[in-house]
Design a binder for this molecule. Structure first.
Ligand code: PLP
Length: 437
């Protein structure tokens, strides 16, 4: 049997860093990346046969847990018909319908039309092009620490893997591309006012994570999203609400996502991903009809994709959303609260200064930050990140697979039952002592 170390050694020879997405390389926590070979419910099994309670959830898609029978059944049925045809397919409209049904609010338009794409990166990249096409303006405003995928213009001061690696952006992004993205601190209204005061005529869009979860979880301050809505509207810019992470996971405003529809406002363009693909490559952008019809073939803004709306991926997404009931969200919220409370208690007992960052069922921990809290990227980066490596490895040792970076959120699923949660709670005290150093 190949060990994790054997596989990683071989992989490093074949693939940069031995991985296909940087955070998987364990760069910020050290040690050997674990090669998983199977997932079931809340558990993953590695190549050596060790079982872990999974708190990564495939980075978000596994809302129902791994290998949910209904999702697997739907995927099998789709596969039996063929893998893809490059044509229209009934399941595309079904998934679009499910998204539209759930993304609405009283007197609000919601997601009238939807375009399926294959990744969250493609969704935000296309949303930006659409915003520029609709407004005829060039500049995009983003917040430091918000991650919107790896398209060139959005890699300035991004969170997620970029935060983990400590890179300011990325080599290979031209000055010209970077110069069309204005980056300001999250939760900073004055900075946003200043940007619009200076560049107001030429801002195509402000893009924001609905609730940032790629610099650790950072809740928007009271009314901050509504303020973005108001100021963009005032200046004729679009608001792009990136719900790739939060969409159909966070229940703050109903069980579709995190936007403020209960407060009576809505963004111009939503982006979704992760959960709506149920574990297969699907993401989407969505919005009002008059905006979305700017996309080809009805409009002049080009977007296309060989695999967009792939029938197998649509089947996984449809089965996931059809089974994502209010009860699923209630369960995940409840279990997330239990784990988050136990995490905070274990760290306090071990004397580790921290803040527990949480919105809905998404949470993360930031070490050494209790004096200021974490409200933006500068504060997230200033934390005692070195404590996370020992913490992570103590959990791994005890059979709990956490995100291998302090800047990532922890994901629970509908499959995290009392037994799985119990194993997490049991592991926390030793990990907290390891974090104390
Ligand atoms: N937007 C947000 C908020 C994300 O969290 C991510 C990925 O984590 C993306 C966009 C990019 O999605 P993908 O990795 O599918 O390209």
């Amino acid at each position: 049997m190949a060990t994790n170390q054997d596989l990683h050694t071989a992989a490093r020879d074949l693939m940069p860093g031995g991985v296909n997405s940087p955070v998987r390389a364990f760069g910020s926590v050290g040690g050997t990346p674990v090669s998983m070979v199977a997932g079931e419910g809340p558990y993953l099994t590695d190549t050596e046969g060790k079982r872990y309670v999974d708190l990564v959830g495939s980075w978000g898609p596994a809302l129902l847990g791994h290998k949910h029978p209904k999702v697997i059944e739907a995927v099998h049925a789709a596969v039996d018909q063929g893998l893809g045809f490059g044509t229209s397919h009934p399941a595309e409209a079904r998934l679009a319908e499910l998204v539209r049904e759930r993304v609405r609010g009283e007197n609000l338009t919601g997601a009238q039309m939807i375009r399926m794409v294959s990744t969250g990166t493609e969704a935000t990249m296309t949303a930006i092009r659409l915003a520029r096409g609709v407004t005829g303006k060039n500049l995009v405003v983003k917040f430091a620490g918000c991650y919107h995928g790896h398209s060139d213009g959005l890699l300035a001061a991004a969170g997620s893997g970029v935060a983990t690696l400590g890179l300011p952006g990325s080599a290979g992004v031209t000055q010209a591309q970077a110069s069309e993205t204005i980056v300001i601190e999250y939760n900073d209204r004055q900075a946003l006012e200043a940007v619009f005061a200076e560049h107001g005529d030429n801002v195509a869009a402000v893009i924001t994570e609905a609730t940032p979860a790629n610099m650790g979880v950072v809740p928007p301050s009271e009314g901050f999203n509504a303020f973005i809505r108001e100021i963009t509207q005032r200046h004729g810019a679009l608001m792009i609400f990136d719900e790739v992470m939060t969409g159909f996971r966070i229940t703050e405003a109903g069980y579709w996502g995190a936007s403020g529809r209960v407060e009576g406002w809505e963004p111009d363009i939503f982006t979704f991903g992760k959960v709506i693909g149920g574990g297969l490559p699907t993401a989407a952008l969505a919005g009002r009809r008059e905006i979305m019809e700017h996309l080809a073939p009805t409009g002049p803004v080009y977007h296309a994709g060989t695999l967009s709306g792939n029938p197998v991926a649509m089947a996984a997404g449809v089965a996931t959303l059809e089974n994502a009931t209010a009860e699923v969200y209630r369960h995940i919220d409840e279990k997330a609260q239990v784990v988050a409370d136990a995490l905070a208690a274990a760290l306090s007992d071990a004397g580790v200064d921290h803040t527990l960052q949480k919105v809905g069922s998404l949470f993360s921990v930031a070490f050494g930050t209790s004096a200021t809290g974490v409200h933006n990227y500068a504060q997230a980066q200033a934390q005692e990140a070195f404590r996370y490596g020992p913490f992570f490895h103590a959990m791994l040792e005890q059979g709990v697979y956490l995100p291998p970076s302090v800047f990532e959120a922890w994901f629970l699923s509908a499959a995290h039952d009392d037994e799985a949660v119990g194993r997490i709670l049991q592991a926390l005290p030793a990990a907290a002592r390891a974090a104390a150093g």
